[in-house]
Design a protein around this ligand. Structure first.
Ligand SMILES: [Zn+2]
Length: 181
């Protein structure tokens, strides 16, 4: 992804970057690819984290204090989804959800808890199926919530319906074990 490696600091989130040079492309959604931005808890600096380092402990570019592995679900668009699925070194749990879906709201705290408890060993993504209809169609998501687990870029598990964080964590640990076997 060109343009992601410089020291440009976003003033907010989400933001669009001007001059991305993609205006000649037709049928491209206006949502530009972007790295994950994390604010430093010490100094507030917004740090860009590459997709393949989300599960690592990093260091703030400004104050050098440590930036722990991502420990909450990341809301992603199709571009960021693909980038994280392809480059993650740990299993990825995806929660396909929608605003109007009651069971999705019931599942949300379980998804958040999974992200917290599996920080460093897994990544948790949330896909809004109203906004990302093509992504939902790609994985034949009909009923939501719908959970998918990816390991080394491949879909290894998919299941619709609310489950507890313990079940989600079991899926992720099994995926990690299978990957290392
Ligand atoms: Zn800092």
């Amino acid at each position: 992804m060109q343009g992601c490696e410089d020291s440009f600091v976003f003033s907010g989130w989400p933001v669009m970057r001007p001059n991305w040079g993609m205006t000649h492309l037709k049928n491209v959604t206006p949502e530009m690819p972007m790295p994950v931005i994390r604010s430093c808890k010490q100094c507030g600096q917004k740090n860009r984290i590459a997709a393949n380092h989300l599960s690592d402990t990093g260091r703030c570019g400004a104050c050098k204090s440590s930036l722990p592995a991502v420990d909450s679900p990341l809301q992603v668009d199709a571009t960021l989804f693909d980038e994280i699925i392809q480059s993650s070194r740990v299993p990825v749990l995806v929660d396909f959800w929608a605003e109007w879906c009651g069971p999705c709201r019931a599942a949300a705290p379980e998804v958040e808890r999974t992200a917290r408890e599996m920080a460093g060993s897994a990544i948790v993504l949330k896909v809004d199926t109203d906004k990302e209809q093509q992504l939902a169609a790609r994985y034949q998501v009909r009923g939501i919530p719908n959970f998918a687990v990816f390991s080394a870029g491949k879909l290894v598990k998919q299941q619709a319906g609310v489950v507890g964080h313990d079940v989600m964590e079991t899926w992720l640990r099994s995926a990690a074990l299978a990957a290392s076997a």
